[in-house]
Ligand binder design. Structure first.
Ligand code: GLY
Ligand code: MN
Ligand code: MN
Length: 426
């Protein structure tokens, strides 16, 4: 069976009889004037339909039997000449649908489907808009459905639970995304030199992504030299890279809709200073032990604790933190250097969906989950530390699949300090 139909059926099985579920595509967004941003489909909609146009919706009508309806833009010769081909409702069988309508009829048909239904499900993002549109539609058509905010249920967590466990096809695609991004990181290590602009280094990534079949980035690339590495979401990438500084690059391509998310930190001039080495080795050790902590018996909270313990021990050993390990963790005095979680789920979205808790408890890892592992230490120049440590920001991030109840690292970019120096010298 087509995997997208299979997903729709799995979702429908979770829905009560007498329900209507409406799932919208993304909208095209204006960048400026009459120029649009590059279109990116809504991940839930893409997961269930494999349909990559804006102005579309999926309706699951489950009343006795289940019907999947696809709503999309009508064919239009003139618009298609300017904007490219549209599928059109008459061709929806190409995507495994049996029922198709033009998107302009979405409210009219949804209202009809609600006749005799007891439940309405929709995405959180469209609840308000649908509430107002359907209130009017039901009144106009004199259909008796008790529409009140309490009666509209969210479909999000049901889809997200399905998305959390990746199939072998999805794992293959994410592996390919990781391969492309890993080779981009190694290309950048070879290309970087002092007095380059951060965005010029970014160009090495974009080139490697695109020539290997990945047209888009999974998120805005972070290319932060020196102190800029300490700004967690830095993405201006407009400063010069300086001799003696490190550069932190958090960059991953999107391949067939799926994200990779990889960070490497390397010296702009090819050689780590002794202080940079000390911090790098602590982050690398934390990352390795965090990855090793992954099994069906552990969970993301335990992995985070492991990453934190190694970082705290390391910073105590070189005197950047004071006190006992327990005190530092209890008082969170480490948080000026390590202020984020160790990882997040990865999939169609870079910060992918799926609960970190189940039935009120932190959930254990399961085969098919993919998580990032990305500890870091960020020493801003404002901190009261010896000058040589100021402006060192280091994160090392890999993408890790749980397979056979063990971690399998999908991203292969080199990360051992000597390997990086060797590659950069070659
Ligand atoms: N690239 C975003 C993150 O690492 O979470
Ligand atoms: Mn990242
Ligand atoms: Mn990440």
């Amino acid at each position: 069976m087509d995997i997208f139909l299979e997903r729709r059926k799995k979702l429908a099985d979770l829905l009560p009889d007498g329900s209507v579920t409406i799932i919208h595509s993304a909208n095209q967004k204006i960048r400026n004037g009459d120029t649009d941003y590059s279109f990116r489909q809504d991940s839930d909609f893409l997961y269930l339909t494999n349909f990559n146009e804006a102005d579309a919706a999926l309706i699951i009508e489950k009343k006795g039997n289940t019907i999947f309806h696809l709503f999309c833009a009508e064919k239009d010769e003139v618009r298609e000449k300017w904007e490219g081909p549209r599928l059109g409702p008459e061709n929806i069988s190409q995507l495994g649908f049996e029922s198709g309508y033009k998107i302009d009829d979405l409210i009219l048909k949804s209202t009809e489907f609600l006749n005799g239904a007891d439940h309405l499900f929709c995405q959180n993002k469209s609840e308000k808009k649908l509430f107002f549109a359907l209130t009017k539609g039901l009144k106009d058509q004199k259909i008796n459905f008790d529409l009140n905010p309490k009666n509209i249920k969210s479909i999000d967590s049901l889809i997200h639970e399905l998305r959390l466990l990746k199939s072998s096809e999805e794992i293959g695609i994410i592996q390919k995304a990781c391969d492309i991004s890993s080779s981009a990181h190694e290309r950048a290590m070879k290309a970087v030199k002092p007095e380059m602009y951060e965005y010029q280094l970014e160009a090495e990534y974009l080139h490697e992504f695109m020539i290997n079949g990945a047209k888009e980035c999974a998120y805005p690339s972070i290319v932060g030299g020196g102190e800029n590495a300490c700004i967690l979401h830095y993405s201006k990438n407009t400063d010069l890279l300086k001799d003696g500084d490190l550069v932190l690059v958090d960059a991953g391509c999107e391949y067939k809709g799926y994200a990779s998310d990889i960070t490497r930190t390397f010296p702009v001039n090819g050689k780590f200073s002794s202080e940079q080495k000390l911090i790098y080795e602590i982050v690398l050790e934390s990352q390795k032990q965090s990855i090793e902590s992954i099994s069906e018996k552990s969970n993301p909270l335990e992995t985070h604790k492991k990453s934190l313990e190694v970082i705290v021990e390391g910073l105590l050993s070189i005197g950047l933190l004071k006190g006992s390990k327990e005190e530092v963790i209890e008082t969170q005095s480490y948080s000026k250097f390590y202020m984020h979680r160790v990882g997040h789920w990865l999939g169609l979205d870079v910060h992918d969906v799926g609960g970190y808790e189940k039935d009120g408890k932190v959930r254990s890892y399961e085969n098919g989950m993919i998580t990032t592992i990305e500890p870091g230490i960020y020493i801003s120049k404002e901190e009261n530390v010896p000058d040589k440590f100021k402006g060192i920001g280091i994160r090392i991030e890999d993408d890790v699949l749980v397979e056979n109840n063990q971690p399998k690292v999908l991203s292969s970019a080199i990360k051992e300090l000597d390997d990086i120096q060797q590659l950069m010298a070659s």
